[in-house]
Design a protein around this ligand. Structure first.
Ligand SMILES: NC(=O)c1ccc[n+]([C@@H]2O[C@H](COP(=O)([O-])OP(=O)(O)OC[C@H]3O[C@@H](n4cnc5c(N)ncnc54)[C@H](O)[C@@H]3O)[C@@H](O)[C@H]2O)c1
Length: 402
C-alpha cells in the first residue's frame, strides 16, 4: 500500500516541494503519493492543486484548514510548509492523529516550541524530520567525506560568511518580523546545520547583531516594517575544540559575497555556495608547500565515497565533484532527496537524517547568537535548549500571548 502524503502550506516552498516530487517520479524514486493539500488562502490552494496535477498527473484533495483535512483523509505523513509560527500547531495535531511529520526549517518559531514538538513526536511514536536541504547537496557530501578522510588534517577553524540582500524584502515580508521567525533565524539555521554537518556538535556561541534596515522594499516598491535583525556576527566553539567564525549580513549593499572554509593542520577546503554545483577547492600542505589538489585527484582521497541511490539517480552520478544543472532543478532534487529520506525512515522505522533534535540544535544555535548579545556573555547550547535566560525569545513569547 502506498504512503499517503499531505502537504500543509501552499506558498513558495510548498510549490517547490511538489517540483521535488516530480523529480523523484521522473527518476523512478517517488516512494509516496501526494493525496491532499491544505492552505488557508484559497488562491494559493487552487494554484497548488493545478500545479500538483500538472506535475504529478493527479489532482490532490484540497482543504481550507488542517482540521477538515484530518477528518476527511487517512494520511501516513505530512510535509509542513507553512510559515514558521504555524509549524508547532499543525505538527502537534498530526502527531495526535498518528501521522509522521516533516517540517520545513526552522523547526519551530522558538526553542521552547521545538522542545515541545520533539517530545510530542516521541510520545506519539511518530517520526519528526526537519527539511534541511543544503547538506544534501552532492558537493557537501563529498566535502564531508574529504574532511572525514583527514584531507585537511585536524580541522581547527570553519568560516561561514555571506553578504548580500540589500534593503529589499527577502522572498516574503514575514521574514523580517521578529514574531514570525526573522531573516537571521530563517537563513541562519541552514548555516548552523551545515557547520555541525561538517565538524560535529557546537557547544558555545557568542554573537553581536543589528537591524540595519527597519523598512524593506518589495518588488512592487511597497515598503514593509522590519523589526528582525538582518546582520549577525559571531563565534562558535565546536565540542572538538575547533572554532567557527560566523557572518550573516542580509543587509549587504555593494559587493555580494559567500565564503565557507575549513582550515585544518594540513590544509584548507573551500566549499562553494550550496546549490551551485561548483567544485570544492582543496589545498594541502605538502613538505612546507601549499598544493592545490586537482579535481580528478579529489576522489582518489576518498575511494569509498558514494552518494546514496536517490541522490545518485537525481544528480546522475554517484561520485560527483561538480555538476551542471539549473538552480530550479538542483533545488527540486534536494527537496526530493529529503522527502524520500523522510518516507523511508517512516516506513522502515529508522531515524530520518535530520531529526527534530538536530533541527532544534540548529535553531537554538542561532537564537544563542541573539540571546548572547542581550545577556552580554557567551552562552552554551545546553542552556538555550533548557530555556534558561532567553530574553530574546521571551519577548517573542510575550508577543504571542498578547
Ligand atoms: N529549505 C529552504 O530552502 C526554504 C526556502 C524557502 C522557505 N522555506 C521554509 O518553508 C516555510 C514556508 O515558507 P514560504 O516561503 O513558502 O512561505 P509563504 O508565506 O510563501 O507560504 C506559506 C503558506 O502557508 C499558508 N498557511 C499559513 N498558515 C497556515 C495554516 N494554519 N494552515 C494551512 N496553511 C497555512 C499560507 O497561507 C501560505 O500560503 C518556512 O518555514 C520557510 O522557512 C525553506
Amino acid at each position: 500500500m502506498s504512503f499517503a502524503m499531505g502537504l500543509i502550506g501552499c506558498g513558495v516552498m510548498g510549490r517547490r516541494h511538489v517540483i521535488g516530487m516530480k523529480q523523484l517520479k521522473a527518476a523512478g524514486k517517488l516512494n509516496f503519493d501526494l493525496v491532499a493539500v491544505c492552505d488557508i488562502m484559497p488562491a494559493n490552494l487552487l494554484k497548488m492543486a493545478d500545479h500538483a496535477e500538472e506535475l504529478l498527473g493527479t489532482r490532490p484533495q484540497q482543504f481550507a484548514d488542517f482540521d477538515s483535512m484530518l477528518k476527511a483523509t487517512k494520511l501516513d505523513g505530512i510535509i509542513v510548509t507553512t510559515s514558521p509560527e504555524m509549524h508547532t500547531e499543525v505538527a502537534e495535531k498530526a502527531f495526535d492523529a498518528g501521522i509522521h511529520v516533516m517540517v520545513e526549517k526552522p523547526i519551530t518559531l522558538t526553542v521552547s516550541e521545538g522542545v515541545r514538538l520533539v517530545e510530542a513526536g516521541k510520545k506519539a511514536n511518530r517520526k519528526l524530520a526537519v527539511a534541511e536541504n543544503y547538506r544534501r547537496d552532492p558537493i557537501n557530501r563529498l566535502g564531508k567525506a574529504l574532511i572525514e578522510s583527514g584531507a585537511v588534517g585536524t580541522p581547527f577553524l570553519a568560516t561561514q560568511e555571506s553578504n548580500g540582500g540589500g534593503e529589499f524584502v527577502i522572498i516574503t515580508p514575514w521574514r523580517h518580523r521578529k514574531d514570525r521567525g526573522g531573516i537571521v533565524i530563517d537563513m541562519g539555521v541552514h548555516y548552523t546545520d551545515i557547520l555541525e554537518f561538517y565538524l560535529g556538535p557546537i557547544d558555545t556561541v557568542a554573537g553581536m547583531n543589528a537591524i540595519v534596515d527597519k523598512q524593506r522594499t518589495d518588488h512592487h516598491g511597497t515598503k514593509h516594517e522590519a523589526d528582525a535583525e538582518d546582520l549577525s556576527v559571531g563565534v562558535m566553539r565546536f565540542q572538538n575544540g575547533a572554532i567557527a567564525n560566523w557572518l550573516l549580513n542580509v543587509a549587504g549593499r555593494g559587493e555580494g559575497s559567500f565564503s565557507r572554509m575549513i582550515y585544518g593542520t594540513s590544509g584548507s577546503l573551500a566549499i562553494p555556495g550550496d546549490r551551485t554545483g561548483k567544485p570544492l577547492r582543496l589545498v594541502q600542505r605538502r613538505d612546507g608547500k601549499d598544493v592545490t589538489v586537482e579535481q580528478e585527484d579529489l576522489l582518489k582521497l576518498v575511494p569509498d565515497f558514494h552518494l546514496d541511490d536517490v541522490t545518485a539517480a537525481l544528480f546522475k552520478g554517484d561520485r560527483l565533484t561538480t555538476y551542471d544543472m539549473t538552480w530550479a532543478d538542483i533545488d527540486a532534487n534536494l527537496l526530493g532527496i529529503e522527502q524520500s529520506d523522510f518516507v523511508d525512515a517512516a516506513i522502515n522505522n529508522r531515524e530520518p537524517e535530520v531529526t527534530g533534535e538536530q533541527g532544534l540544535r540548529s535553531l537554538a544555535l542561532v537564537f544563542g547568537l541573539l540571546e548572547s548579545e542581550l545577556l552580554k556573555r557567551m552562552v552554551t547550547l545546553d542552556e538555550i535548549l533548557e530555556g534558561k535566560d532567553s530574553p530574546y525569545q521571551a519577548e517573542i513569547e510575550r508577543g504571542m500571548k498578547a
